[in-house]
Design a protein around this ligand. Structure first.
Ligand code: GRF
Length: 215
């Protein structure tokens, strides 16, 4: 992509990853234009962060809709006003319908707080501690119709520390998310990384495995 990548960031809560994107754009480390921040939750603190940064916001509550498909259609109509090239899911706590994923095929990124394919789903930090794993981390991946199963782009990994709590582990994972998510989005926005035929392509080559950064 030669022109600046128009990006929509979707949130449901605190938006610390959103803040990392805002900060990276502001200091020139991230060549994206954040066109809109969308939330399904009017109380999401991330909406305040966006307003403070002078970014357009939009909110549609899923509880106002009868089913997932009609909610997703309303979200598509709202987002398409901004003609996004890229959608960044940053703590967006909604499962996307197949129609939504197909509408933005190859243009949706998610960050999941685990080293996928291990620990899809919720409560990842506690599950890692319960299993006694030596490594944990977070994964940026393209979104496909199957939850947390799209092709992986970049992982950040950290060693677990004996005796730490799930909250402590979560905080350490989030601090690496704030580094790897803008970085992976930059790769996609610049065209260095693409989604083709269900795979991740990096620098023109099909990548079987994600890039891994150890922190
Ligand atoms: C992140 O930890 C991310 O991995 C998960 O949701 C969390 C969002 O946190 N998908 P925040 O709202 O960006 O602070």
């Amino acid at each position: 992509m030669t022109r600046q990548c128009k990006t929509a960031i979707l949130i449901s809560g605190s938006g610390s990853n959103l803040q990392a994107f805002i900060d990276a754009v502001n200091c020139g480390d991230l060549d994206l234009k954040i066109s809109v921040v969308f939330s399904n939750n009017p109380d999401a603190y991330g909406l305040r962060r966006a307003e403070d940064a002078g970014i357009a916001t939009a909110c549609i509550q899923h509880s106002d809709y009868l089913d997932r498909e009609s909610f997703d259609n309303a979200v598509i109509a709202e987002l398409d006003r901004f003609e996004p090239d890229l959608l960044i899911l940053a703590g967006f706590m909604r499962i996307l319908s197949p129609a939504f994923v197909q509408h933005y095929a190859g243009k949706i990124l998610n960050i999941h707080p685990a080293l996928l394919p291990m620990y899809p789903g919720l409560n990842t930090h506690q599950r890692v501690l319960d299993s006694g794993d030596k490594w944990h981390g977070s994964t940026v991946h393209f979104v496909t119709e199957e939850l947390d199963a799209g092709p992986r782009i970049l992982q950040g990994r950290i060693a677990t520390i004996e005796g730490e709590t799930a909250d402590e582990l979560q905080q350490r994972v989030q601090s690496i998310e704030h580094q790897i998510y803008p970085q992976a989005a930059n790769w996609v926005g610049s065209g260095r990384v693409r989604f083709l035929n269900g795979d991740v392509w990096i620098d023109g080559e099909c990548a079987g495995e994600p890039e891994v950064l150890t922190f």
